[in-house]
Design a protein around this ligand. Structure first.
Ligand code: FAQ
Length: 332
């Protein structure tokens, strides 16, 4: 017999008693993961694996939903009908991503209500990046380019994550994120080819979003309590630092093509490693944002709480409607 360690999984993996796992089942599970088989909802899995997935997938879903707020704020102020239609489609996609992900987490036994309650009670996290304000139209460009760009870098490997429903959700999400990244870069291209004031706005947006985008990948590997086990279970396929490095290497030439300067005096090409060296990030700021002290964290949670409360009648009506249909079917 073997006890899986539940102490690291945290509250947002939703509550479950610690349990002793049968060694034979555990061995079979580990062999399947090692062979790159997908684990499916009806398959046996260790409790800590299930809770780690609920934690990560639900946090990912919450990020998509809270992530609609910074850009949603600009739909009515987009500078043309075309830009408005594109931004509207993009924000709507994020809602879809949240829904695929909540569905994937539901296959692990977490209900949508439980996950939402964990978010609203502050037990479940969402990405730090969405706690920064969107001050100008150039921020729409920077978010698409950098935030969706970082999201893709993180999510492409998740298409091969070991849990089948999460991996399949990621395939579609990555295709859509790729359009999102391009629409952001296209906004930046237009602004950088525009007036000097527009180019300054683009630079200012890059200055404000660069470091927060790098922090999206999570703490450095040596301070990432979940990475080692998640890599063993093939939930994560690459570490936070590996993905962050890949993002920097891909994004610096894109900034150069725009004629913008990455706000990092320590950024330089390192021939020996075939990648860029970059300056230390302010991890105190990251942990403060994770604790809920982000610039607009309070507004974000108030918006989500209001949406949940305002939507209560829709949920009640849907439940009443389905009960009525079930009763009618029973009577027929
Ligand atoms: N923000 O041990 P690790 C998007 C927490 S989607 C807040 O390294 P792990 C699309 C972490 O939860 C963006 N908290 O954790 C879009 C853990 O705390 P816990 C979201 C963070 O799970 C674009 C603690 O720190 N993407 O942007 C963050 O192995 C535009 C220790 O960290 C995903 O969720 C953070 N940035 O690795 C939408 C992708 N980083 O839970 C709208 C899936 C870490 O133990 C508009 N998730 N923490 O209490 C992942 O790949 C992983 O969960 C990581 C964190 C890499 C985020």
């Amino acid at each position: 017999m073997y006890t899986t360690d539940l102490s690291r999984v945290g509250k947002s993996g939703l509550e479950a008693p610690a349990r002793v796992e049968p060694a034979a089942l555990l061995e079979k599970f580990e062999a399947r993961v090692a062979a790159d088989d997908f684990i499916e909802p009806k398959d046996w899995m260790p409790e800590a694996y299930r809770r780690t997935l609920i934690r990560q997938i639900s946090q990912h879903a919450h990020s998509e939903i809270v992530g609609m707020l910074p850009e949603g704020n600009w739909i009515s102020r987009a500078p043309s009908l075309r830009r408005k239609a594109v931004l509207l489609a993009k924000v709507q996609d994020e809602a879809g991503h949240g829904l695929y992900l909540y569905c994937a987490a539901e296959t692990l036994g977490a209900s949508r209500d439980e996950m939402t309650e964990a978010l609203l009670a502050g037990r479940a996290k969402y990405s730090t990046i969405f706690n920064y304000p969107t001050l100008t139209w150039a921020d729409m460009g920077a978010i698409g380019w950098l935030v969706d760009g970082a999201a893709i870098m993180n999510q492409v490997p998740l298409q091969r994550t070991s849990y089948g429903p999460y991996a399949r959700a990621m395939v579609r999400i990555c295709k859509e994120e790729s359009f999102h990244q391009r629409q952001g870069y296209e906004i930046m291209m237009a602004m950088c080819a525009g007036s000097p004031a527009q180019k300054r706005m683009a630079q200012d947006a890059l200055d404000r979003w660069w470091a927060p985008a790098l922090m999206m990948f999570g703490p450095p590997d040596e301070n990432s309590p979940n990475t080692a086990q998640s890599i063993r279970w093939r939930i994560k396929r690459e570490t936070n630092d590996e993905l962050r490095q890949r993002f920097v290497d891909a994004t610096v030439p894109q900034a150069q093509a725009l004629g913008l300067t990455i706000p990092d005096p320590d950024l330089r090409w390192n021939e020996a490693k075939g990648g860029y060296d970059f300056g230390a990030l302010d991890w105190e700021e990251f942990y403060a944002v994770v604790r809920g002290e982000g610039q607009v964290a309070k507004e974000r949670m108030e918006a989500r709480r209001k949406a949940w409360e305002d939507g209560a009648w829709v949920r009640d009506a849907a439940i009443a409607h389905s009960a009525k249909r079930a009763k009618a079917a029973e009577a027929a």
